[in-house]
Design a protein. Structure first.
Lengths: 241, 241
């Protein structure tokens, strides 16, 4: 059976169990999806809440029915610090990281990736995150911050795990010792890897470096592999929300 | 430091430590890469062997020097049975599965994916596999078979693990019980999942079904997540070649 159609709205659009749609949202529900008032619909606020809902008669509102207790979120807040890769691969990670349950993405400016994303890019990236969250039935839409430098990254996240080509400890060897009750930050570098000064800085700040094995992975595959391991371990050992 | 340039040749091109290049390979080494005779070069035969090598003076041969003992292959032979997804996502999986160490890919024709790939597609797919193997320093280039139906899949691989939206056992819960000394087959269905008759057939043949957690993953993400878990576990618990 197909899941109901899903729409993420801003919390400010909800008042007394009624959602006031934007013109674009109204167009989407009525003309793109061609929903009828009896069709099942979920409204999400992107901040952990989901409701069963139905179209209002006036074409500009949606009536919220029962609130739904979520079960699709990881118990653990995963933060992905991701070097600014080429746009296509960066966007591939955004989409797949959302499916795998990440809560926040911090783009990192590194010696080997100095891109400066435009405001348009950010708009596009937020749309990718939102669509991936809807598609994978997330209750939260992952947030994406402004790009940080490597020194700023370790100020924001004083502990974490950084993928490194020179590391010998496998990521899996850290899992049992991680504190899943606090946010967990993982960092994935650009193609070509972090520079030695970058790695030294991050490790001396208290992070630990990990390997994903003996084959050379592209950055996109390294990011998805790391998140797969983390998210699956969290599902296995820690109760979901 | 950058790794040496890598070239995969057919074993039949190698005789008495000399590789006879095809015109395309000679063009690639001399005119695309502009290699000099002193530049480091690796020759791989795609079947588990790698040599240090150097360009011959005559522009049509390469001289093999020392054979290299590989360390980039998993000890485990992983077979990915993958529903014929849309071309772009199917090719994304081919590339990432190669990075993650898969040895064989079996495209599966399912009720929800009836594509019939052309001979041109196969040529293109083999090139993707070869390039990904070179890039990730694999000793083996994964093979890709003709498409199989679901009943044919369980004849070829009488045991395996199939991703299923209705399963409740996590993939990780099977890992400790898997036999890593024999090939391990995993099957990933199309968008929308396997049909109930397909799943019933596969399970009654002796396969086991697994879940990747509570979020709905697209097929491409499900495939990469599964291979990440399998490949990383193999690295962690079983000595590599």
């Amino acid at each position: 059976m197909r899941s109901p159609q899903r729409l993420v709205v801003d919390p400010s659009q909800i008042q007394e169990q009624v959602v006031t749609l934007t013109p674009a949202q109204a167009h989407y529900l009525h003309h793109v999806l061609r929903l009828k008032p009896t069709d099942p619909l979920w409204i999400l606020d992107g901040h952990g809440h989901r409701w069963q809902a139905q179209l209002g008669g006036d074409r500009t509102t949606v009536q919220l029915l029962d609130a739904h207790c979520g079960h699709s979120e990881l118990a653990t807040e995963i933060i992905l610090c991701l070097a600014l890769l080429k746009t296509a691969t960066f966007e591939q990670v955004l989409q797949q990281a959302t499916e795998l349950g990440v809560r926040q993405i911090i783009p990192i400016r590194t010696a080997r990736s100095l891109l400066q994303p435009s405001a348009n890019k950010y708009q596009r990236w937020r749309r990718i995150l939102q669509e991936a969250a809807e598609q994978s039935e997330r209750l939260y839409v992952p947030t994406i911050t402004d790009p940080l430098t490597v020194p700023a990254m370790v100020e924001v996240a004083p502990q974490g795990y950084i993928g490194s080509l020179r590391a010998t400890t496998l990521f899996a060897d850290y899992l049992a010792g991680m504190n899943f009750n606090a946010p967990i930050a993982v960092a994935i570098g650009p193609e070509g890897g972090w520079t030695t000064p970058e790695l030294d800085l991050v490790l001396s700040a208290g992070w630990q470096e990990f390997s994903l094995g003996r084959r050379t992975l592209r950055a996109v595959t390294a990011a998805i592999a790391t998140l797969s391991l983390l998210s699956h371990y969290s599902e296995q050992h820690h109760p979901t929300m």
